[in-house]
Design a protein around this ligand. Structure first.
Ligand code: ADE
Length: 245
């Protein structure tokens, strides 16, 4: 990294997980890789087993009251947060810090939540739960909010953390090559993106719509808007009827 890139990253993300290897390479591609190299984001996977104190490095245990599966214990999570923030007292967390638990019980992650995170947060701590759950004392004492990436159950929060980190990072200033790229994303104006074409003009009898070759930008904008609405109507009618962006 060049000497001019030594200033601290604009967003720091720590991911608390029992599977740190999951993240070994996933952030080393494309926009996230570039954002890391430019010092726009710093991403660390924090191994919760490093914060256990017994010889078996136990991170989970059976639920009180009975039931299936194992529950993520609270001690390693508290210890990891204390290591990162110097305290596990939420009132003492530095300004700009947000502790988020990834779980199917959370607020659903949408583009507008990604925008909110990318503008409000300087230090994001993501806690990856297991599908069986996490000791509720973590949620009560440490977590600012629970986030779900959708109405389905993953075996753990790790894939959800990947999704959240990706969606936020690309919205950070200067993460994308062109300033306008994020403005034109699906959802940014409440509807889906319009269809795109590139070379060749004709492929196996399928032609690029004539209007895109016309050079008439007013007509192109009109066509794109119409196609975006058609696709939204077909695939995501709900976006047209309620605030969902
Ligand atoms: N962990 C398990 N399922 C999840 C989901 N849908 N979103 C976020 N974290 C999860």
């Amino acid at each position: 990294m060049s000497a001019t890139r030594q200033k601290s990253a604009r967003m720091k993300i720590d991911i608390l997980t029992i599977f740190p290897e999951f993240f070994t390479e996933v952030f080393d591609f494309g926009i996230i890789r570039r954002a890391k190299a430019k010092g726009i984001v710093e991403i660390n996977a924090v191994d919760l087993r490093e914060f256990t104190s017994d010889k078996h490095r136990t991170v989970d245990d059976r639920p009180f009251g009975g039931g299936d599966g194992m529950v993520l214990k609270c001690e390693p999570v508290f210890a990891a947060i204390e290591n990162l923030l110097g305290t596990s007292d939420r009132t003492g967390f530095p300004k700009g810090t947000r502790v988020v638990l990834l779980s199917p019980q959370g607020r659903v992650f949408k583009q507008r939540v990604a925008r909110e995170f990318s503008t409000e947060i300087e230090h994001l701590i993501l806690i990856c739960g297991r599908y069986e759950g996490i000791d509720e004392r973590v949620t009560d004492a440490l977590v600012d909010e629970e986030i779900s990436i959708g109405d389905y159950v993953l075996s753990g929060g790790e894939p959800a953390a990947l999704v959240v980190v990706d969606a936020i990072t690309r919205l950070l200033p200067e993460a994308l090559g062109s300033e306008t790229s994020a403005e034109n994303d699906s959802f940014s104006d409440g509807i889906l993106d319009f269809p795109n074409y590139t070379q060749p003009r004709e492929f196996r009898g399928m032609e690029v719509p004539e209007v895109l070759l016309s050079g008439n930008h007013a007509e192109i904008d009109k066509w794109r808007r119409r196609k975006a609405l058609e696709k939204t109507e077909k695939n995501r009618k709900d976006l047209l009827t309620k605030e969902n962006g």
